[in-house]
Write a protein that binds this ligand. Structure first.
Ligand SMILES: Cc1cc2nc3c(=O)[nH]c(=O)nc-3n(C[C@H](O)[C@H](O)[C@H](O)COP(=O)(O)OP(=O)(O)OC[C@H]3O[C@@H](n4cnc5c(N)ncnc54)[C@H](O)[C@@H]3O)c2cc1C
Length: 394
């Protein structure tokens, strides 16, 4: 009987892991199934562009994985029974289930509403394609002079504000941040950020904690109101409740706790990667929810599974960062150099060159998912005899 590997989620991390597994494991003794709710690979890092009216490249999963040995199954994961090794699914035919020997959990994240009153009813987020399309529609309906408030001063909030302001100069765009604007960036990056926001006419509300959202704007802890025809919620990501509802060990926010090999600390036949996993990076800090973490995590998990099943050792390694790339519309940006544990260094690239670097990185990140078995060295390997399965030490 073949070893059944089921990968849940065909985003940056899961899509990459499935391709790498198919490229390195022999199809005679492994069966790889990739389950995804949507029919295509969605470039989440470009969803602010989609919301602002741009089109994203259509990348059907069936085409991406044709001839690779990965079976693509379009279905929504509804629950896990990790003690019986079963995943519960819902597809066009109704509820079903799939069994596995090794599971890779890569279901990504959604917008975190932090329980703010009115957020679910009145705000719109850009964490997923459907919500980004809803925002696009609402922006299309907004008359010149209309107001848009982006809540959240992190990378997603900054990129969304700049993209909307650039594409709709007739709107009044503002951003609300809990701390000081861009406070994690270097002095040079902060200065450039302020200059670009001034040029784009984006008002910045700093040290603001939003407690309520309604149809006309938001209310803050200080009792202040900020009017907005559209409130965009970009206040961090939260994970689906599927993992927390199982017996997997999860952290406080529901991310699956994994070791250096991306292996669940409670269930060794489950690997978790991308936004859904709580993994340590350089300096012992948790890896940030990002494509920049998700792809190396996908690679690491695939290599660990291959090493374990083929009886080889998994080399020690730690995932760290080099850059944070921020788009500020289509023609400007910031590339912030960072330490491996993600702290800003003094140097940056800014302006059109930074926009270009960011574009190349986004294209590269999508390319590796869209060409899942290319550029992966080594030959396909057979599984080791049961007694020879390696013990992972990472
Ligand atoms: C607007 C925006 C801009 C961003 N910019 C950057 C950036 O510049 N740099 C960066 O590093 N990161 C950025 N990110 C974050 C980055 O997109 C995510 O961290 C990354 O996509 C996480 O990868 P993943 O593989 O964990 O999940 P995803 O890429 O989200 O993939 C998860 C997959 O699982 C599927 N799925 C979800 N639930 C189910 C279910 N129940 N059943 C079946 N399938 C399901 C989804 O359809 C999806 O295909 C940005 C995010 C957004 C929203």
């Amino acid at each position: 009987m073949k070893h059944r590997i089921v990968v849940l989620g065909a985003g940056y991390s899961g899509g990459l892991a499935a391709g790498r597994l198919a490229r390195r494991l022999h199809p005679a003794d492994t069966e790889i199934t990739l389950v995804n709710a949507e029919p295509d690979f969605v470039e989440r890092v470009r969803l602010h562009q989609l919301a602002a009216g741009q089109e994203l490249k259509h990348r059907p999963l069936q085409e991406i994985y044709a001839g690779t040995g990965v079976n693509v199954r379009r279905a929504r994961v509804t629950a896990l029974d990790v003690d019986r090794r079963i995943v519960m699914l819902l597809d066009e035919h109704g509820p079903g289930e799939i069994s596995y020997d090794t599971l890779v959990y890569a279901l990504g994240s959604t917008a975190a509403d932090h329980g703010v009153r009115g957020g679910a009813e009145h705000a719109v987020d850009i964490a997923g394609r459907q919500s980004a399309l809803r925002l696009r529609e609402r922006l299309g309906d907004l008359e010149p002079g209309g107001t848009v408030l982006i809540v959240g001063g992190g990378l997603t909030g900054i990129e969304a504000s700049a993209e909307i302001a650039e594409s709709r100069p007739d709107l009044r765009v503002s951003i609300a941040t809990r701390g000081a604007f861009g406070d994690w960036l270097s002095d040079k990056a902060r200065q450039h950020l302020r200059e670009v926001f001034e040029r784009l006419g984006i008002a910045v509300h700093e040290s603001v904690d939003v407690t309520r959202v309604d149809a006309t704007g938001v209310t803050t802890t200080a009792g202040e109101t900020i009017p907005a025809g559209i409130t965009v919620w970009a206040n961090g990501f939260g994970v689906h409740h599927i993992a927390a509802a199982s017996t997997l060990e999860v952290g406080a926010t529901g991310r699956i706790v994994v070791d250096g090999a991306m292996r669940s600390v409670s269930h060794p036949d489950v690997y978790a990667i991308g936004d859904a996993a709580l993994a340590e990076g350089a300096g012992g800090k948790p890896l940030r929810m990002s494509c920049a973490s998700g792809e190396p995590m996908g690679q690491r998990a695939a290599d660990a599974i291959i090493a374990q099943l083929t009886g080889r050792a998994l080399p020690e390694s730690t995932i760290g960062y080099h850059l944070q790339c921020i788009s500020l519309g289509r023609r400007d940006g910031i590339v912030q150099f960072v330490t491996p544990d993600d702290r800003a260094r003094p140097s940056i690239i800014k302006g059109p060159l930074a926009a270009r670097v960011k574009e190349i990185i986004c294209r590269g990140a999508a390319w590796v998912v869209a060409h899942p078995t290319l550029m992966i060295p080594g030959r396909r390997r057979h599984l080791a005899a049961p007694g020879k399965v390696a013990t992972l030490t990472a």
